[in-house]
Design a protein around this ligand. Sequence first.
Ligand code: MN3
Length: 206
Amino acid sequence: MVKYTLPEMPYSYDALEPHIDARTMEIHHTKHHQTYTTKLNAALENCPQDVQDTDILDILGNLESVPAEQRGAINFNGGGFDNHRLFWNSMSGSGGGEAGGAVADAIAAAFGGFSQFKEKFSATTAVIQGSGWGWLVYNPASKAVEYKSMPNQTSPRTEGLVPLLGCDVWEHAYYLKYQNRRPDYISSWWNVVNWDEVEGRLAAAS
Ligand code: MN3
């Protein structure tokens, strides 16, 4: 079977300072993301061969293919593995600003404009109860982008949606620097969004 390994970070842990601090990034990557990766492999070991031989992205898109006893663990840890891989790559020390090109057009069509999108994403993600993620997703059925809140580590892929940009609002993502101030973390996070990466994901999905 495929053994997943912790993906390398595309930049150093201090690259997103001052918006996201180096200590948070290091713990988030080496402890949290590592744990999802390890537990994904452990859950796959208890799955039949055909599931083990399927890429995790395809498994997340068809969780019914996973035996019921392993489905919760695959949903959580497989989602955690993929969500964080997407998360690191959708941030950059030279990020921020507004979306351009096709992403800007898709956002304008769905939300009315970039500022309306940013406000809806921020406000809705800030009030996610407990742990979860706010996402900009592409919906292949409607051929449009949407906002979607997801609980815990459940991937938008489990609902047939393609994740384009996610904001991790688990406390482990921000508590060292922002404590209880989740809205401040989200507000700072916009300064590190890598819109080029989001554009590549939209192009691949549409
Ligand atoms: Mn996290």
